[in-house]
Design a protein around this ligand. Structure first.
Ligand SMILES: Cc1cc2nc3c(=O)[nH]c(=O)nc-3n(C[C@H](O)[C@H](O)[C@H](O)COP(=O)(O)OP(=O)(O)OC[C@H]3O[C@@H](n4cnc5c(N)ncnc54)[C@H](O)[C@@H]3O)c2cc1C
Length: 384
């Protein structure tokens, strides 16, 4: 087993780092740190990300995508600040779902622009009463003579404020009284819906919003074909999403480690550098251990997915372990900084807010441990 990166992987990581330094950081700095990025800024980032294959990572080359391994995708994603990482991953994951689950005609209408980063997309599943348990969706789609009508609310939707087309999970009730979950593409250029910005703890530059569909007219051609595979498609993407989010936590904790290590070497108390105190060295050792083990558990899950192995437990483990370990690591780094750790100027408090925020999407820690437990025992603790 060789833990070193190949030359190609080193090049990918270097390219992602340069994109962050030359394009993403300047855009984040030029915009309000407490508000979702405006659409023009997101499109600029998308264009650069598309050039590196990050808007189509999971779409095979034969389908016009970048066809990356999940490990390579993770290595690159780890370099990107999570407020932007969530924008890109939401867009790319939705594009992947569309690639696998849309009709030929729908793909021809959307995929090229989405993979090229010229239009933005997202997935809207969560509702006020539907979170971890995806059953019980209430957003309805019904058939009128020449169009469809979508009614209901979606909450906590990444990219909601800036998207051009939204992949919306709806409940379709048919004429014979039967009902089923379908996906409907709601395109902002042809359908009218409201979005409201959310004001939350972290990832504040990510354009997260609630969505309201008030008898929203949608062309009939926008219902995705019913292959009975909505849940399968969501799972396909979730499996890799989880370690990819875990690597966002690693990005944050690595920054905390770099800051704490450097501060311990310049801050003096009791006539000595604080880095010379045993308790501070213990904290630094704990932080570094969290960064390294979190990174490895995420790489391991992504490599298992690349090998085609069942990775439900590994993927859940990776996100939960990485987010929780990195959360603690960031708290320790803040402690090493004393009062300075709390200042907005230094930015450690933002790392703490961001890591808390990424613990929720694509599986809360509790849900992830139940998924892992189900793999270990063969018993489904969700539904008995
Ligand atoms: C930053 C961010 C981005 C998001 N992006 C999107 C998006 O793009 N699209 C989208 O559709 N949604 C998105 N979401 C929503 C996210 O998927 C949900 O918030 C998540 O699924 C949890 O649902 P909930 O918040 O309703 O919590 P709930 O499901 O109500 O859970 C509340 C608590 O109960 C626990 N719990 C629930 N069931 C069990 C159980 N069986 N056993 C033990 N504990 C349990 C949970 O772990 C949690 O601690 C996003 C959320 C955030 C914060």
């Amino acid at each position: 087993m060789d833990f070193s990166l190949t030359t190609e992987q080193q090049l990918r990581v270097g390219a992602a780092k340069r994109m962050v330094e030359d394009h993403i950081e300047p855009i984040l700095d030029a915009n309000d740190r407490d508000k979702g990025l405006p659409k023009a800024a997101v499109l600029k980032i998308m264009a650069k990300a598309a050039g590196l294959g990050l808007t189509s990572a999971r779409i095979p080359r034969a389908g016009g995508g970048a066809g990356m391994t999940m490990l390579d995708y993770g290595l690159m994603g780890e370099q990107i600040p999570p407020a932007v990482g969530v924008i890109l991953q939401t867009h790319e994951a939705t594009t992947t779902r569309m690639y696998h689950g849309c009709s030929m005609e729908q793909k021809e209408r959307y995929l090229s622009d989405l993979m090229g980063g010229q239009r933005i997309t997202c997935t809207a599943s969560t509702e006020p009463d539907v979170g971890s348990d995806p059953r019980g969706i209430k957003t309805s789609v019904s058939e009128a003579t020449d169009h469809l009508v979508v009614s209901g609310s979606k909450v906590w939707i990444s990219n909601a404020l800036v998207c051009d087309v939204m992949n919306v999970t709806c409940l379709l009730t048919r004429d014979n009284g039967s009902s089923g979950v379908v996906r409907v593409l709601v395109d902002r250029a042809e359908s009218d819906f409201e979005t409201h910005e959310l004001d939350i703890l972290g990832l504040r530059q990510s354009p997260l919003g609630n969505v309201v569909f008030k008898e929203c007219r949608v062309p009939k051609r926008n219902v995705c074909p019913d292959n009975g595979d909505t849940a399968k498609l969501l799972t396909l993407v979730w499996l890799a999403n989880r370690p990819l989010i875990g690597l966002m936590a690693v990005h944050l904790a690595q920054k905390a480690l770099d800051a704490a290590r450097s501060y311990a070497g310049i801050r003096k108390q009791f006539g000595r550098y604080i880095g010379g105190f045993q308790l501070i060295q213990n904290d630094l050792a704990e932080i570094e251990t969290a960064v390294l083990t979190s990174r490895l558990v995420c790489y391991n899950a992504l490599a298992a997915i690349d090998r085609g192995e069942r990775a439900n437990g590994l993927s859940a483990m990776a996100k939960r372990y990485a987010v929780e370990s990195c959360d603690r690591a960031i708290a320790l780094a803040m402690r090493i900084h004393g009062a300075a750790g709390l200042s907005r100027e230094l930015g450690l408090e933002q790392l703490a807010r961001d890591v808390r925020t990424i613990s929720i999407p694509d599986g809360t820690p509790g849900i992830l441990s139940l998924i892992q437990g189900r793999e270990l025992t063969g018993i489904d603790a969700f539904r008995g």
